[in-house]
Design a protein around this ligand. Structure first.
Ligand code: FES
Length: 435
């Protein structure tokens, strides 16, 4: 289905090229979503001869379907970060993401993309005590905030915690606006990387540095990404005629999220692990049954599904892809916060390539500990689906589930998706399936 961003942003007529033969560059960025385009843009601005390879059209996949909240408030993250990593690292996480808000604000000053400052709220559907602990963490870390006794959403709640000076925008307007400033090859599907050379069906690209910005890394067995990431699907409905909220809101417990764009109210929810649903009551049905009851006068204008890559500890993996290839970098696992995550990744990888270091390389290192509960649930899902009979995924052979709502074959192990004719919709798979 067409997202609101696809319906309202105009793709530039010129700019992207077709790859013909073999080319050479300082840096190859693989993936033309927000993380890839921002990385290519910052690297180019820093003086690198950088090319970007995108398998379809730039901005045509995950970025087209985000809710595009630009915020350092990632649910209830700071209390956990203080406890698990200590206040210095928690502050570093906030500062890196707030710098991303500012970086995107600066880009928006020259690329019109409906960037608007908003307060981001997390509202307590489940626990006032957890919200109180998060507020204490904000105070300790010096994060500008305020509280509401009740969140302005048509749901019972126990108050909200607002992070000030956050933003929302139209992601495709920004992405399209940056394309003329970078060297882009579209319809260049990288199916493998050998040494410093990426192969596509139209030729090859050899570069001193390679950046994997393909949402789920294209190369994921070396690096163990197949163990440390899974994907989630959730659903967004854009309503016309509903009362507009003043701010961006998200539930503390996986419930509904809200933001506005022009006269539209965007409501998101219905999330589930890709390949494990949606059940009849999930997905669009869950969001629609809520919006029908809460906004009976409103009209649904757009509906679309998003795909999120979840890391083990809900912190992105940004940095060296694997130790044996120190000149290969990765940006993945944004865990539902892909706009600030993309900018943090672009800034960090640019610093690593140009300066040889980044102040946040330890915080986001892909080589950090994997000992988290979700590692065992990822392994359990993979084991169960590797032996289950049925149609096989072309990635690592798990049993695919049919997604009746979107008429696709979805993989519960790592989230690859295939169209009804077997072509790849979402990676990490790179080969079609036979249907
Ligand atoms: Fe990995 Fe299907 S996505 S086995």
């Amino acid at each position: 289905m067409t997202s609101l961003w696809e319906a309202t942003a105009v793709r530039p007529r010129e700019g992207a090229r077709m790859l013909e033969g073999d080319v050479r560059a300082d840096v190859l960025v693989i993936g033309g979503g927000m993380a890839g385009v921002l990385s290519a843009y910052l690297l180019t601005q820093a003086g690198c001869r950088c090319v970007l390879a995108e398998k379809d059209r730039a901005g045509g996949s995950v970025t087209a379907n985000t809710t595009a909240k630009v915020t350092a408030q990632h649910g209830l993250v700071y209390d956990k970060l203080v406890k698990q990593e200590g206040p210095d690292r928690a502050r570093q996480y906030f500062e890196a993401n707030q710098a991303a808000v500012e970086g995107l604000r600066q880009l928006a000053a020259s690329v019109p993309c409906d960037f608007e400052e908003r307060t981001a709220y997390v509202y307590a559907e489940q626990s006032a005590a957890a919200l109180e602990r998060e507020r204490n963490a904000y105070e300790r870390l010096g994060i500008p905030h305020h509280e509401l006794a009740s969140a302005p959403v048509p749901l019972p709640n126990k108050g909200a915690l607002g992070m000030e000076q956050q933003a929302q925008f139209n992601p495709l307007k920004l992405l399209y606006g940056l394309l003329p400033s970078i060297d882009v090859y579209e319809h260049a599907f990288v199916t493998g990387v050998e040494g410093n050379t990426a192969r596509t069906d139209r030729g090859s690209i050899t570069a001193d540095y390679i950046v994997y910005a393909t949402h789920y890394p294209l190369v994921n067995v070396p690096g163990l990404y197949f163990m440390k990431e899974h994907q989630m699907r959730s659903y967004v409905i854009a309503l016309e005629g509903a009362p507009l909220t003043d701010g961006m809101l998200i539930s503390d417990g996986g419930g509904f999220s809200f933001r506005t764009y022009r006269d539209f109210l965007l409501v998101g929810g219905g999330g589930h692990r890709t390949g494990e649903g949606p059940k009849p009551s999930e997905g669009y049905a869950e969001v629609r049954s809520f919006t029908d009851a809460a906004y009976p006068e409103a009209q649904e204008r757009y509906a679309w599904a998003t795909q999120d890559c979840m890391s083990l500890d809900h912190r992105p993996y940004i940095g060296v892809h694997r130790r044996s290839r120190p000149n290969h970098y990765v940006a993945t696992g944004f865990s539902k916060w892909g706009m600030t995550g993309s900018y943090v990744a672009a800034r960090t990888i640019t610093d690593l390539i140009v300066k040889g270091r980044s102040s946040v390389q330890g915080l986001f290192s892909p080589q950090r500990s994997m000992l988290h509960a979700s590692l065992f649930s990822n392994l359990g899902t993979s084991t169960a689906n590797l032996v289950k009979p049925g149609r096989r995924c072309s990635h690592l052979g798990c049993c695919l589930a049919h997604n009746d709502v979107e008429d696709s074959w979805d993989c519960p192990c790592h989230g690859s998706r295939f169209a009804a004719d077997g072509t790849v919709l979402e990676g990490p798979a790179t080969k079609p399936i036979s249907v």
